[in-house]
Design a protein around this ligand. Sequence first.
Ligand SMILES: O=C(O)CCC(=O)C(=O)O
Ligand SMILES: [Fe+2]
Length: 238
Amino acid sequence: MPQRNLIKRNWKKAKEKQSSRSIVLVQCAQLSAVSAYIEAVRELACELLDLMAEGLRVPDRSVFSRLIRDVDSDSLIRLNHYPPMPLLCQDEDSSPCNQNKVGFGEHSDPQILTILRSNDVGGLQISLNDGAWVPVTPDPATFWVNVGDLLQAMTNGRFVSVRHKALTNSSKSRMSMAYFAGPPPNARITVPPEIITPTKPALYKPFTWAEFKKAAYAMRLGDRRLALFRMEGDEQVA
Ligand SMILES: O=C(O)CCC(=O)C(=O)O
Ligand SMILES: [Fe+2]
């Protein structure tokens, strides 16, 4: 069977099996279309990370991207499918019923960087500092990039891991595909020395990705995991 049809068939099967939120972990390195996509988005993630290092005036501009290029990099791709869901009424008296159901609850991505694409159906929202939720305009021709928890730690809070969620649409299916760029499990997550200054002392204790993942799995989706690794006495950044 041609590979494209195989992907379509697997996708259809997965859709049939799933209900309100569908997640398929693609573990098919042998599918060249998927491999080529992963390679391309990894390259994009690396380029962005190099630019970020440069922007932070870190002389070793591959300090972050090196972790993703590593053969043991713990990166993954996830396909999300949000079938259409009727609008929700908040309570019996409220009319009209105009609340979209949550398809993927509020969270931050734990890895370094996320490269996300979706179809033309909206649903992704990001949270601003004041707690307001801002919808992201869907555009199948562009990538959306999330800073993950690890990049926040590695930049000592200069880049902030964005809290986001995805709502379902009342009449259309939303699909998204996220590439999560992660380091090898044993990689030590530390801050380049140039970023630490007397006025901006280290916010987080060093940890490995394996330690962080273990802690994350023991918590709920929306919990602020970085808080566990914060230096004693520092309350400024989660
Ligand atoms: O579907 C979306 O737009 C967001 C998905 C997401 O946040 C995730 O997979 O971590
Ligand atoms: Fe996410």
